[in-house]
Ligand binder design. Structure first.
Ligand SMILES: Nc1nc2c(c(=O)[nH]1)N[C@H]1C(S)=C(S)[C@@H](COP(=O)(O)O)O[C@H]1N2
Ligand SMILES: [Mo]
Length: 528
């Protein structure tokens, strides 16, 4: 049956081509990884392409990703890129069976795309960032060209018996094995070098001894924590604190070489600070609840920690900055991180007396790398994307008219004070609580305004006062509980908060884009 055997032959050649392509792709990534380790770990091709995708993701899609994959969104993104690259590589491999040059050129094209993605990132270090993708692609293209050569039909010497067309299986396997081994070596070496890269930063964090605060946080009032199983802890441990950022590689900044520059419009005395400069100033310690604008009603992107830092307003005053209300020409403070992220806060808010901080400590330890080591900004009352710059290295005074920071360029609001919200932590949605008395409990927040009242409604009933736990400060969330006498059947529990100014949380539903979700959290449960 010649038909079947020639089909089989075609299939096995296609597999051969696909494996050559995959191997070329693997080589390209491994060599690029090694090159990135030498240049800048964040310049690896998957990282820069992932970053470029994040930069271009429309706000609703970004929120969908956060909603669907949560903090695994970065992992899912990188996995997706790898799978796509693998598919393309396999196709290029098949192509290279007939068109060796075209296959290799295809690999090069991907390298160039990676290079362009690298250059397009905010905070890109220039041509050096494009290098890993391009160097990797050159290696990958060479591998594909050579392997494709080994799959070429071999004609038996004239006059001898034998198949008219075959390929040198052994030649291909040898070349493939050598390539795979070399690429793996390059990849492993790259990883090892990258790990070494962060060693100075890790050592500087380990060596950092946080000074005692000149102004300690007031002792937590007794009774800030409601004793009901299932409610969030009042202070969120660092390991459980939500993380939202665009960094596919967490920046590892060496505290010893870290600098913060303050400059710009109306800065009479621009200055650059070292970490020691900050640590030798009087430090304040404050409890502040941080919230992400991407947090859905009832969502998890909110946490409360005890921060240690210097008051930002003091530094600004030292540099000669005046708030707009005192005639200062700058109304926007743009914070910039080592990875090129920019966040803009109203200068008026930062200098109006609230505890806007440059924080160095979080819950008694130096900031974890994920949360901005060595220094991050925090402004009570403002969503994270307009205030909480991690890995900060630059503060520029400017105006809202003159400059749009990263998220504002992407359809999010220029100014974003935190909206009043209450969340039911327990019972969970679709729980089946016992008949009798059930404790409903959760948290409510309206940073810098405080929470004055929380009410719960069962189905369409009247609003009933929940019991408020003690308030720590108006910059922190406040816990509440409600003793619910159940009746059998399905019930919807809804909660609403009133802030310190007497404003009741709106029932108007709004999406997270452009300035934060609103509406009331409700939970459906069934009492058997
Ligand atoms: N450098 C940098 N800082 C950043 C971000 C970022 O992507 N990069 N994300 C901001 C956002 S959107 C939020 S909500 C907070 C989250 O801080 P956390 O990850 O420590 O909880 O950090 C802010 N600071
Ligand atoms: Mo955020």
């Amino acid at each position: 049956m010649p038909g079947v055997s020639s089909f089989r032959n075609t299939l096995s050649r296609a597999c051969l081509g696909a494996s050559a392509g995959l191997l070329a792709g693997f080589t390209a990534l491994a060599v690029a990884e090694l090159a990135a380790a030498l240049v800048r770990p964040a310049a690896g091709p998957v990282t820069v392409v992932g970053g470029a995708v994040i930069d271009r993701t429309p706000a609703p899609v970004k929120d969908f990703a956060i909603r669907t994959f949560g903090e695994d969104d970065k992992f899912v993104l990188q996995l997706g890129i790898l799978v796509l690259l693998g598919l393309f590589a396999a196709c290029l491999g098949v192509l290279s069976l007939r068109h060796r040059r075209a296959g290799a050129a295809g690999v090069l094209l991907f390298g160039i795309l990676g290079g362009v993605a690298a250059l397009s990132r905010p905070g890109s270090a220039g041509v050096a960032d494009a290098l890993p993708s391009v160097v990797g692609a050159v290696a990958g293209a060479a591998v594909l060209y050579l392997l494709a050569g080994r799959t070429a039909p071999v004609r038996p010497p004239t006059g001898e018996e034998g198949p008219t067309s075959t390929w040198s299986r052994r030649g291909f396997l040898t070349a493939a094995t050598v390539t795979a081994a070399a690429a793996t070596g390059a990849g492993v070496l790259g990883r090892a070098l990258t790990a070494r890269h962060g060693r100075g930063a890790v050592a500087s964090r380990a060596a950092l001894v946080l000074p005692a605060p000149a102004s300690p946080a007031p002792a937590l009032p007794g009774g800030v924590q409601v004793k009901v199983a299932g409610i969030s802890p009042f202070t969120t441990p660092n390991r459980d604190f939500y993380r939202v950022d665009t960094a596919l590689v967490v920046p590892k900044v060496d505290a010893d070489t870290w600098r913060l520059r303050i400059h710009g419009k109306g800065v009479a005395r621009p200055r650059t600070y070292t970490l020691d400069d900050l640590l030798s100033r009087p430090l304040v310690e404050r409890d502040i609840t941080l919230t992400c604008v991407s947090n859905e009603v009832g969502g998890p992107y909110v946490g409360n920690a005890r921060w240690l830092g210097v008051r930002l307003a003091d530094l600004l005053t030292e540099c000669g900055v005046k708030p707009p209300s005192e005639g200062g020409p700058a109304d926007q403070l743009v914070a910039r991180s080592v990875d090129g992220m920019t966040l803009g806060s109203p200068v008026e808010d930062v200098m109006d007396g609230r505890d806007a901080l440059l924080a160095v400590g979080m819950n008694g330890e130096p900031l974890p790398f994920e949360h901005g080591f060595p220094v991050r900004m925090l402004v009570p009352g403002l969503y994270g994307y307009v205030s909480a710059c991690k890995w900060i290295e630059d503060i520029e005074l400017t105006t809202f008219d003159a400059y749009d920071p990263y998220w504002v360029k992407r359809k999010w609001a220029r100014e974003a004070p935190i909206k009043t919200q209450a969340r039911i932590d327990t019972p969970k949605p679709f729980a089946r609580p016992e008949v009798g008395t059930v404790m409903v409990a959760g948290v409510a927040w309206a940073q810098y305004r405080g929470i004055s009242r929380v009410e719960v409604r069962v189905d369409d009933g009247v609003w009933q006062d929940a019991e408020l736990a003690a308030q720590d400060t108006r910059d922190t969330w406040r816990q509440w509980s409600f003793r619910w006498r159940t009746t059998p059947g399905g019930h919807t529990l809804t909660v609403r908060a009133t802030d310190g100014t007497g404003q009741v949380q709106t029932e108007q539903r709004a999406r997270t884009v452009p300035d934060g979700a609103s509406g009331r959290h409700s939970v459906f449960v069934t009492v058997p």
